[in-house]
Write a protein that binds this ligand. Structure first.
Ligand SMILES: O=P(O)(O)OC[C@H]1O[C@](O)(COP(=O)(O)O)[C@@H](O)[C@@H]1O
Ligand SMILES: [Mg+2]
Ligand SMILES: [Mg+2]
Length: 368
């Protein structure tokens, strides 16, 4: 049993004792990831003084403007994890192709995927950002990973977590035995266990969604949010509160702290993309954490962790949080037929039509 003031290192040693056959490589890898997070945290804490605020002047593989911090955090992750001999390869949100371990370093038995800096739009305004990571087993230990080796469903994750860089820096981790949070002591440079076995309350009255996308949502999502908005006088007979930070890590951290539901659902905004968030770097690791804490993570139709990825940068609709709310949202998706205006939606047939992906394509030619 670890104590309140256990360090991350001690926690990992205790975990390993329960698996005498373990080589210790997973622990080394997690400690390397933690080191990267400490380095990023330090840079972020210095903000403009460290010269890391602002655009890097380039567009990444996601088609998004890279921030200086995106580039810096990506480099830190690569340098902290390339040398240890635990990895057969890495895949980053910021890199088009997987990163090959340099020839001078040994190849190991794990794969690391990461979003080095989540919440880029919040850097300049000094709002919480984070890093998200996921660890999988390599297809062929000791050899360079091929791109397809990363395309494993989230159920195969060995470990996952995130670091949130907020008023304090907190590393939240699962190795498949519950979810634990470690707060960085900036003087000692050490993560200390501060919350053990985090559990998500099954009920909530707080949701997070970017309502500016409402016109692109499916009827099930409109129905759910509209019912929340009606509060005590609507079918839910209770008032809801809303939050939107625009950093997935901050939303996940809030929900793991006090419950809630997060939705970045599939929508018809961009017919090329199933959703906004990335399966390998965002939805799978956060989904693993949420499930380990007793919550649910779904696309609306399917458990996120069951999705078989078909591309390194695949986007997906992502809904997670308190069990009872997510179950309701899944039910609303099941009740919605694919026939626009079928009557399962409180909105008009015309509005219901707007979610249809086909309409989304035709929508390119819309004038309004
Ligand atoms: O701009 P929007 O629609 O609010 O989207 C916010 C979402 O985009 C993200 O910032 C994407 O992450 P990156 O900053 O890593 O690109 C999520 O963290 C967040 O949930
Ligand atoms: Mg992100
Ligand atoms: Mg990012």
């Amino acid at each position: 049993m670890v104590t309140e003031r256990s360090t991350l290192t001690r926690f990992l040693i205790e975990e390993r004792r329960r698996h005498p056959e373990a080589s210790g490589e997973l622990n080394s890898l997690i400690l390397d990831v933690a080191m990267a997070c400490k380095a990023i945290s330090r840079q972020i804490a210095s903000g403009a003084l460290a010269g890391i605020i602002g655009s890097a002047g380039a567009v990444n593989v996601q088609g998004e403007q890279q921030q200086k911090l995106d580039v810096m955090a990506n480099e830190v992750f690569l340098r902290a994890n390339e040398w240890g001999g635990e990895l057969a390869g890495m895949a980053s949100e910021e890199l088009e192709e997987p990163f090959r371990i340099p020839p001078e370093y040994p190849r190991g038995k794990y794969l690391l995927t990461f979003d080095p800096l989540d919440g880029s739009s919040n850097i300049d305004v000094n709002v919480s950002v984070g890093s998200i990571f996921s660890i999988l087993r390599a297809a062929v230990p000791g050899e360079d990973a091929r791109p397809e080796d990363f395309l494993r469903p989230g159920t195969e994750q060995v470990a996952a977590g995130y670091a949130i860089y907020g008023p304090s820096t907190v590393l939240v981790l699962t190795v498949g035995t519950g979810v634990h949070a470690f707060t960085l002591d900036p003087d000692l440079g050490e993560f200390f266990l501060t919350r053990q076995d985090i559990r998500l309350p099954p009920e909530t009255a707080e949701y997070a969604v970017n309502t500016s996308n409402r016109r692109f949502w499916e009827p099930a999502v409109k129905r759910y949010i509209d019912e929340c908005l009606q509060g005590v006088s609507g079918p839910r007979e209770k008032d809801f509160n809303m939050r939107w930070v625009a950093s997935l890590v901050a939303e996940a951290h809030r929900i793991l702290t006090r419950g809630g539901v997060f939705m970045y659902p599939r929508d018809s905004k961009d017919p090329e993309k199933e959703g906004r968030l990335r399966l390998l770097y965002e939805a799978n690791p956060v989904g693993f954490l949420v499930e380990q804490a007793g919550g649910l993570a779904t696309t609306g139709r399917e458990r996120v962790l069951d999705v078989r990825p078909d591309g390194l940068h695949q986007r997906i609709g992502f809904i997670f949080g308190s069990r009872e709310e997510v179950e309701r949202i899944i039910r609303y998706h099941a009740e919605q037929t694919d026939d626009p205006g079928s009557g399962s939606d409180p909105d008009s047939a015309e509005e219901a039509e707007s979610w249809n992906p086909l309409y989304g394509l035709r929508g390119l030619f819309r004038t309004a």
